[in-house]
Design a binder for this molecule. Structure first.
Ligand code: SF4
Length: 71
């Protein structure tokens, strides 16, 4: 699972951060950033779904696991 915030859509309302501060944090520009690592996504899946549902601008996208090449 992977979570992305589209900062072009984010209005910085803070809802995602209050639902799941382990994953979302309002950055210096007042927009939400994803601060979590991949294992945190799995641990907080439920809150992330809540945040996706609660985002007023649908800026948060939840994506299925991608095949990732890491070296
Ligand atoms: S809930 Fe949506 S609009 Fe509000 S801060 Fe989070 S990403 Fe931005």
């Amino acid at each position: 699972m992977k979570v992305v915030v589209n900062q072009n859509n984010c209005i910085g309302c803070g809802a995602c951060e209050s639902i799941c501060p382990e994953v979302f944090q309002i950055n210096d520009e007042g927009l939400s950033s994803v601060i979590a690592k991949e294992e945190d996504f799995t641990n907080h899946e439920e809150e992330i779904r809540d945040a996706v549902d609660s985002c007023p601008t649908s800026a948060i996208t939840e994506e299925a696991e991608e095949v990732k090449e890491e070296e």
